[in-house]
Write a protein that binds this ligand. Structure first.
Ligand code: FMN
Ligand code: SF4
Length: 403
């Protein structure tokens, strides 16, 4: 893997500087600074981070919690792994600043089961930060106490969804909760809880030291700052890259040495599959939502096979709690298999599109709401290729089809 230098996120690199600055301020001023930076969560949905912190700060509760979502399970995403491996103190510093701002004394990192091997390094980093009095009791003589523990997941993708994560943290089956109430009001153990992505916390120290304005001047109006992308697929230089929000797909492809590109999946399996005509579009919350992963497919790839792969993933990972997702993901996969075999009529394809739209609006959690994204974008953007493939399959098998 060719890792690119991560610059904006880590200036300055020294742990403790931002935390010292933060605890010298009033909690409301920290929240105002994060709001002014217009930082949006890097876990996928792009919720404004300052607003989330304010909701928790203002929520009533004897205890409050800060949870770091390190369940990174989106296919093609490995940017948080780099942060957890090389920059754990940056994450913990961001969590401590958040704890101080919202009035929490406890932080939990929910670590993906497959990242078990990172646990020791994380525990050691916590120990070191305690020795430097950046964590623990009476941090830097301020009277503020904040401790962090690591909790290991068990391998379910849905546990990255914040309410399923909280259920799992509480020792229950990892299933999404009904919302509202949201975690900001009723989160871990029923207490107001901030759940933020690993990368989101990492921007906080830089915002504290370099200022909200500096951050908000990077990127676009609605998507400020930089963003880490895990880039893989048909590229010469795969790896984790930091780019300003609003960078176009073209820029990304050039950077990683992609040639003969046919399609780019932006935002992981639950993201959008972009065709060449849209490579000039910016990657930002207002255009192509970024997520954490970019997968590049060159002209030798069969897009129906790509789609099948994604749908198999969703069928496997659907928790089965609600019908639109449990049945919908299965029906969409079945539809793809029918197309593969030349058995899918145009009429049925329209029915599948309607089903996908129904899933978007009626699934209980983000898994079922986003699972139709690759289906709809691949079917729409690569219709010619898919229909041609369907025709070849029909002719070769002489299977009767209803059209
Ligand atoms: C199925 C599913 C999986 C998710 N996986 C992750 C994940 O691995 N990491 C993450 O930070 N957010 C993940 N999310 C988003 C979280 O629910 C939540 O929005 C996020 O942790 C909030 O942090 P942020 O505001 O910093 O983005 C997932 C959402 C869904 C629906
Ligand atoms: S949308 Fe899917 S993953 Fe989410 S609750 Fe429903 S069945 Fe479970």
């Amino acid at each position: 893997m060719v890792g690119h230098k991560i610059q904006i996120l880590f200036s300055p690199a020294e742990t403790g500087i931002a935390l010292r600055l933060a605890i010298g301020k009033k909690p409301e001023d920290i929240i105002a600074q994060v709001k002014e930076s217009k930082l949006r969560g890097r876990g996928g949905a792009g919720f404004p981070t300052g607003l989330k912190w304010e909701l928790v700060q203002q929520a009533k509760g004897e205890r409050k919690f800060v949870v770091c979502n390190a369940d990174e399970g989106e296919p093609g995403t490995f940017k948080d792994r780099i942060l957890l491996t090389d920059h754990p103190c940056k994450i913990f510093e961001g969590m401590a600043i958040c704890g101080y701002a919202v009035g929490a004394q406890n932080g939990v990192v929910y670590l993906r089961a497959e990242y078990r091997y990172l646990r020791e390094g994380l525990v050691n980093a916590i120990k070191k930060m305690k020795e430097s009095n950046y964590l623990g009791k009476n941090i830097m003589g301020s009277g503020f106490n904040f401790d962090i523990e690591i909790h290991l997941g068990a391998g379910a993708y849905v546990c990255g969804e914040e309410t399923a994560l909280l259920e799992s943290l509480e020792g229950k089956r990892g299933e999404a909760r009904n919302k509202p109430p949201y975690p900001t009001e009723c989160g871990y153990m029923g207490c107001p809880t901030v759940v933020n992505n690993v990368e989101t916390f990492c921007y906080v120290p830089a915002i504290m030291t370099k200022g909200a304005q500096w951050f908000s001047e990077i990127g676009t109006m609605e998507s400020t700052g930089s963003k880490l992308f895990s880039i893989s697929g048909d590229v010469a230089k795969p790896g984790v890259y930091e780019l300003a929000m609003g960078s176009t797909v073209d820029v990304v492809l050039q950077l990683v040495g992609a040639k003969d590109t046919k399609a780019v999946q932006v935002g992981g399996a639950s993201g959008i599959c972009v065709a060449e005509k849209d490579f000039n579009k910016p990657i930002s919350f207002e255009s192509l939502p970024p997520g954490g992963s970019i997968i590049v497919f060159n002209k030798s790839r069969d897009m129906l096979y790509v789609l099948k792969n994604f749908m198999e993933f969703f069928v496997e990972e659907s928790c089965g709690q609600c019908t639109p997702c449990r049945e919908g993901t299965y029906r969409l996969l079945q539809g793809v298999e029918m197309m593969e075999q030349g058995r899918c009529s145009i009429h049925y394809l329209h029915t599948l599109r309607d089903l996908a739209q129904t899933m978007l609006i009626s699934s209980k959690c983000g898994l079922g709401q986003l699972a139709p994204n690759p289906f709809l974008s691949i079917i729409d953007n690569f219709k010619g290729e898919i229909l041609a493939r369907d025709r070849v399959a029909r002719n070769s098998k002489k299977t009767p089809v209803v059209r």
